[in-house]
Design a protein around this ligand. Structure first.
Ligand SMILES: [Cu+2]
Length: 505
């Protein structure tokens, strides 16, 4: 039996009438009163996710405006820093389990502070279900009040550098691009002969502080929530400041809940390299301080199911993305074929799968400025010719190809942006640049290879084919930034490529 139940932050309209939020606010205040080098402090916890103390500009903690006043001294000793700080796992199959342990440790710190203030012994971290009905796409109002209900104590849940999707101080998320489509995935981490593929939970990596491809849960909604809540130079928009914002933990609590809900129907990896964590590769282990500076080392194996942990959620009802059988049937009808019988499609994913093959690429690196960029992908060889062939012959026993667009090695200095990508003037989708700066940093953990994104453009290819507009030689790809790009903040895309994947029953 779980001892603690995590509930919806929007209970009692997300105000301080929700006791989970009122006690959270007071306890965050307790943790914020502790020094940076205290392992039980708010600042130490944020630094365990990520920090940049030495940069001249944002995201250096010294440059953050307003409330709260974030300390950058006194530093812990270098051994403590090397052990605990900059641990967060992004663009990795450890994304889920590392953050689960991080939340457990923070929740334990907050609960002890709640109890010390005379609050409930069974306090649990609430979650922000931004994809829920009605007003839940907005940040719970308790986070936007400058004062606690007593009218004189500054509200520790309020943050100045939290600007929202339009960077105007209005904090909410936009649906779309946010979606829960990822919940329809069936594979945690995929693979083909050459490489590991992201799947739901992220690609196979060692200790990975960011760079490359996000898993689908991380890609959407996770990465969108970060940049939309933070906005330009907001602390949620960069992994090296995100843990400073109290909404961060309610966001990740919802991501953790989505993962647990996904596990109602789907399994986590059984690969020993996942179960044992990066320590299996001889790299850093996952470690957190528990109250009283006790050290807690954990592995993904210990995080894989809530049944082995002391908490649960008040709502784990599985939500599914679009049913793939249904989507495929609609597709076949559109292409002039009979719909498919249900159930047959095992292991189908919305992602680049195991049989994918490169069919074309643009000329090379392009730079995105404020007005966006247009580039042409040349399609070559017989493997691309298979795509129109497969569309022409589509039937329930001869499934049409899927087509994917990849933006490789996207680099830049500011995370708070979303790119809209179109193919031949049809919208293919959006990508969030959360993690871009650190993934582009040459001195960073992974040498600055940037971020990579995959979009499924099958629908667009089908439409072009049906309308007789599918140019067999090339496709035009347009990339537009949602927010302005200043001259010093240029974004580059290493290569734009197209893949096809033959489908099997
Ligand atoms: Cu995050």
């Amino acid at each position: 039996m779980a001892k603690f139940t995590r509930k919806n932050a929007w209970d009692n309209k997300g105000t301080f009438d929700n006791p989970d939020l009122l006690w959270y606010a007071k306890a965050v205040g307790v943790m914020q009163s502790r020094a940076l080098n205290d392992e039980n402090s708010w600042w130490f916890f944020a630094a365990m996710h990520g920090e940049q103390m030495g940069k001249p500009e944002f995201p250096n903690w010294n440059t953050l405006p307003g409330f709260p006043k974030v300390p950058t001294t006194p530093l812990p000793n270098s051994g403590v820093i090397a052990k605990y700080w900059n641990q967060c796992q992004h663009q990795s199959w450890y994304f889920g389990p590392w953050h689960r342990g991080y939340l457990i440790a923070l929740e334990e710190q907050i609960r002890q502070a709640v109890i010390s203030l005379g609050g409930p012994q069974d306090w649990a971290l609430p979650y922000w279900n931004y994809l829920g009905p009605e007003d839940q796409y907005k940040i719970p109002p308790a986070f936007t009040q400058k004062m606690l209900p007593d009218g004189k104590t500054p509200n520790p849940l309020f943050v100045t550098a939290r600007y929202g999707p339009k960077s105007d101080g209005n904090i909410y998320v936009e649906i779309p691009p946010l979606s829960e489509e990822c919940q329809g995935n069936t594979i945690y981490t995929g693979s083909n002969s050459a490489t590991s593929l992201p799947g739901y939970g992220g690609p196979k990596t060692k200790f990975w502080h960011g760079g490359g491809l996000s898993g689908n849960l991380e890609k959407n909604p996770h990465n969108f929530v970060h940049v939309q809540v933070g906005g330009q130079d907001g602390i949620m928009s960069d992994p090296d400041t995100a843990g400073l914002d109290p909404i961060f933990y309610l966001h990740h609590c919802n991501i953790d809940r989505m993962w647990a809900s996904w596990n109602v129907k789907n399994d986590n990896p059984t690969d020993p390299m996942w179960l044992q964590g990066p320590a299996a590769y001889g790299e850093r282990e996952f470690v957190m301080p528990l109250p009283g500076s006790k050290e807690w080392v954990y592995t993904p194996a210990e995080m894989t199911t809530l049944a082995n942990l002391d908490y649960t959620y008040d709502d784990l009802a599985p939500t599914t993305g679009p049913l793939l059988e249904k989507t495929l049937s609609q597709r076949l009808i559109k292409l002039g074929a009979e719909p498919i019988e249900t159930e047959t499609l095992q292991e189908q994913n919305m992602d680049l799968g195991s049989n994918s093959e490169l069919v074309g690429a643009n000329a090379g690196q392009v730079q995105i400025d404020g007005s966006g960029v247009k580039t042409t992908v040349k399609l070559e060889g017989s493997s691309w010719k298979n795509v129109p062939n497969s569309l022409m012959k589509a039937s329930a026993s001869n499934l049409p190809d899927q087509v994917y667009l990849q933006l490789e090695n996207v680099k830049g200095t500011k995370d708070a942006n979303i790119l809209s990508i179109s193919v031949n003037h049809q919208l293919a989708g959006h990508v969030s640049l959360f993690g871009l700066r650190s993934a582009s940093d040459k001195d960073g953990h992974n040498g600055g290879t940037g971020l990579t994104f995959i979009l499924n453009i099958t629908d667009i290819i089908d439409n072009l084919f049906i309308n007789n507009e599918l140019d067999v030689n090339s496709l035009d790809v347009t990339i537009l930034p949602d927010n302005a790009i200043l001259p010093n903040d240029k974004i580059t895309v290493g290569r734009v490529s197209i893949y096809r994947e033959a489908q099997q029953l």
